[in-house]
Design a protein around this ligand. Structure first.
Ligand code: ADP
Ligand code: MG
Length: 691
């Protein structure tokens, strides 16, 4: 049961004044479903603005407040295929465009009636030879203009939210914060001079208050470590089953290649774990293309040889389907039964699979999270493989672990080359196997940086490439920095690019993105994989796992906007066959120093671990763990710097607390329970009760 002291802030955010059904959706998109989530929605930065009398006084790139009068609204020529622009004029007649992508145009229509003066706050930019402000932070009437503060928090937004709106909700949420018992050891607490939890949340919204931010980050890290340690302790208590294979399936495999040393070693490590009665908890880490799939197959066959079932969980439908095709083909000579279950399986098809799982005729099940719904029952599940582990929460892992009669073994796979310093945070105390050797015969990918202005040349290059009978990927620009909240704009950009390239290349072109109907997406992907279509336009949905060895060219637009780790993942889609591959990174005309270093690093190396380490260095503080962009954040509050500096401390503190008071019954233990609930790591507490 959730501690009562948390009730007020666990109320739904709809209980805040001014939240109607219209705001519910944008809030949910940001994960702000409860009052405490709103209170924890911390500023991504603080801006210092300058009030200017007219646009001549503002410098490009500067944050300004200026009075503007709308003169004209320009809807995109083709709805959804370009930005919505409001042309506006300052007091002396300078023109400025206020530019809106996606559905933000609705706000623009309301806020900027033609002929009326408004105070507009935002970043002054240039678009061609025109001044512009993209998505102004504030548009206010004169009476409210003084509400725009000069040192002002800027919050991550989603469509339908504005800075003032979220600001007012946060102010209300913070007011509701109760006093909580202190879970930090008193001596430590006074020594560092951290504010109390409640003060820290107040302060963090007012200023770049390092101690407050650190304290809040520490809390999150502590909660995470506590929960992980509890899972681990529970794992030790729970019995698994020793799985000993007799090789009868593995010997029948007819792989078209010899496994690398690293692959063989990993299989051995896994086999060793499976033979133990305590459940395996192992992470298989291997760069893109390192060949994790076949290692997973061997592991699953060992389970099958021991008479058990195995399940493979993929993060997306596309990947589940691809794994299914690959594994079914590879496993064909062994005679084991491989099936697929996704959320889309309905009626008879679904029933057939459920029956097969229950009577044991299905040996290997591949699917999305649909494979651990309550209605899915296994006869005897011995092994779970989780692909692209970082996309799944620990809670989900647990849900799965409850499926077998005895705790199943778990193999997690990831291509995200996590720096060693972060492995602990992401994976707790899992054992790690590393595929640190690529299959032989891979050629280096020829990576070039090209300015976006040379688009025509790039398209001509693609044309030659396709004419030569090869395939290519085209990854569309990110309209906004990757904080996940402007996805539809990215899709608009992809649609626009598709329209242009389709005109040029006709039926050779297909597109995939997150908002296509699932069957359309599959059909398009299938056309590309089979070679019927030869140019695939995509948003970043192709980032993970897609394997089409005949595709040897990749174009990435506005590459400087992608994180290094993401670029690396994307580039990993090519260079998978024996043909020479090329990756073109298109960049804008102007580039920051960091931007330059990032792109030249991409040119220099293909070593995922090196890229990850440097990424960490280049990004420095203030940015969230890269995983947030891919849907499953390890942490919402702690940034990379804080993870590096505070995680070891938090982890040690958690261990000490568990050692001294494993049942969390002392006063500090009770406080720690509150903490676990606060961060929704309460499955840790529930384990306590069960065990
Ligand atoms: P990832 O680690 O990214 O999941 P995959 O398992 O998809 O990589 O493997 C990438 C490609 O390399 C596949 O086409 C696979 O058949 C091939 N492959 C895997 N292992 C080897 C090997 N030892 N030798 C040659 N090719 C291999
Ligand atoms: Mg893979």
């Amino acid at each position: 049961m959730r501690p009562e002291v948390l009730n007020s802030i666990f109320a739904e955010s709809q209980t805040l004044d001014g939240v109607g059904p219209k705001l519910a959706k944008p809030l949910e998109k940001l994960g702000l479903t409860r009052v405490k989530d709103v209170a924890y929605h911390l500023p991504e930065r603080f801006v210092t603005r300058r009030s200017i009398a007219n646009l001549d006084e503002g410098a490009e790139g500067e944050q300004v407040i200026v009075a503007l009068t709308a003169t004209e609204h320009r809807a995109p020529y083709n709805p959804g295929r370009g930005p919505y622009r409001v042309m506006a004029q300052d007091e002396v007649g300078n023109i400025c465009a206020l530019t809106y992508f996606g559905r933000a145009s609705y706000t623009a229509k309301k806020q900027l009636p033609v002929g009326e003066k408004r105070w507009v706050a935002g970043r002054l930019d240039r678009y061609g030879d025109m001044l512009q402000i993209v998505h102004p932070d504030h548009v206010e009437m004169e009476s409210a203009a003084n509400l725009v503060r000069l040192n002002e928090p800027v919050y991550p937004l989603s469509e339908g939210l504005t800075q003032p709106r979220i600001g007012s909700l946060i102010a209300q949420a913070v007011k509701r914060l109760p006093e909580l018992p202190e879970w930090i050891e008193p001596s430590q607490f006074s020594q560092i001079g951290w504010p109390t939890w409640r003060d820290a949340l107040h302060l963090a919204h007012k200023d770049t208050h390092a101690k407050a931010r650190d304290r809040l980050a520490y809390d999150e890290l502590l909660a995470n470590s506590l929960a992980l340690l509890m899972v681990k302790a529970e794992g030790r208590r729970r019995k698994g089953q020793a799985l000993v294979g007799d090789r009868r399936f593995r010997d029948r495999l007819k792989l078209p290649f010899e496994m690398t040393g690293a692959q063989k070693r990993s299989v051995q490590e896994i086999e060793g774990d499976l033979q133990q009665e305590s459940p395996m908890l192992r992470l298989l880490q291997g760069d893109v293309g390192a060949g994790k799939t076949v290692v997973a197959l061997e592991a699953m066959l060992i389970a099958n040889e021991a008479g058990k079932q195995a399940a493979l969980l993929a993060p997306t439908e596309i990947l589940a389907r691809q794994h299914f095709e690959t594994l079914r083909t590879m496993a064909a000579p062994t005679g084991v039964e491989v099936a697929m279950l996704t959320g889309r399986a309905k009626g008879k098809e679904r029933e057939g699979i459920l029956m097969g799982l229950l009577d044991g005729s299905i040996d290997i099940l591949i699917g999305t999270h649909a494979i651990f719904q309550d209605s899915v029952l296994y006869k005897d599940l011995g092994l779970i493989v989780v692909d692209e582990q970082h996309r799944f929460g620990v809670a989900q892992r647990l849900a799965l672990a409850g499926k077998g009669k005895r705790a199943p073994h778990t193999l997690a796979m990831t291509a995200t080359p996590i720096p060693r310093s972060l492995t602990l945070a992401q994976y707790g105390e899992m054992d790690v196997s590393r595929l640190d050797e690529l299959p032989p015969g891979r050629q280096a990918i020829d990576t070039r940086v090209v300015v976006q202005e040379r688009m025509e040349d790039v398209v001509a290059g693609v044309e030659r490439h396709l004419a030569g009978g090869q395939q290519a990927y085209w990854v569309c620009p990110m309209v906004r920095e990757a904080n996940g909240s402007w996805q539809t704009d990215d899709i608009a950009a992809a649609e626009a690019r598709y329209a242009v390239l389709k005109e040029r290349f006709g039926d050779e072109v297909v597109m995939v993105h997150g908002q296509l109907k699932p069957d359309v997406k599959d059909a398009n992907m299938e056309r590309f994989a089979s070679g019927k279509a030869r140019l695939l336009i995509a948003t970043t949905v192709i980032e993970v796992g897609v394997d089409v060895p005949a595709a040897t060219l990749m174009v990435i637009e506005q590459a400087e906007r992608f994180g290094l780790a993401q670029l690396h993942q994307l580039r990993g889609r090519v260079g998978r066959g024996s043909e020479k591959s090329v990756c073109l990174l298109l960049r804008g005309a102007e580039l920051s120093e960091t931007g330059k270093r990032r792109l030249s690093l991409m040119r220099e190396t293909q070593d995922g671990f090196r890229i990850a380490e440097e990424d960490l260095e280049l990004r420095g503080g203030g940015e969230l763990l890269g995983t947030r962009q891919s849907g499953e954040a390890a942490f919402r509050i702690a940034n990379l710097d804080q993870v590096q500096s505070l995680l070891p401390v938090a982890h040690a503190d958690a261990r000490l607390l568990i050692e001294r008071d494993g049942g969390l019954t002392s006063p500090r233990g009770e406080a720690a329970r509150v903490l676990l609930y606060l961060f929704e790591r309460d499955w840790g507490v529930q384990l306590l009760r069960g065990g």
